[in-house]
Write a protein that binds this ligand. Sequence first.
Ligand code: SF4
Ligand code: SF4
Length: 151
Amino acid sequence: MNRPIGVENPEVCKVCGGKCCKTYPGLATPEDFGAPDIEKLKKNLFKALSSGRWTVDWVKQEEGLYFVRPAVKGFEGSVFDHRYTGECTFLTQTGCKLSFENRPESCRMLIPKIDERCDSQGYTRAVVAQRWKEYYDILIDVAIDVENSNF
Ligand code: SF4
Ligand code: SF4
């Protein structure tokens, strides 16, 4: 699968000041970390989770519905985190620290509109967690490896 890129609209977002990023970090997909190439996925996930800037969150643990997102500011360093609100660790005073192509898929695909009536294009936690489901074993194995390497 190709990674969809989307279109940036800095003029609109500059006026807004990043309200979406201040509410909750964008959701990343397996393709953001190299899927369907399993070796790339493992390597990139390990690197991202080890950095403390990315975390594993979930919708329903009992159904294996997990996903990956940037950490919330002030809570970096947790491999697993389940808070519902908070500012994205990558938001700076001048916008997102990540280059557009390195942002989570849901950040890239969001369509900014004036008055913050932005179109999230259906990237809910539930939808993104379904995308991760086929990589559940890999995601959890890598997350546990990172946790163990932190001790
Ligand atoms: S996408 Fe929308 S809410 Fe987010 S910074 Fe841009 S205008 Fe604001
Ligand atoms: S990664 Fe960047 S664009 Fe996405 S929520 Fe964080 S600061 Fe905003």
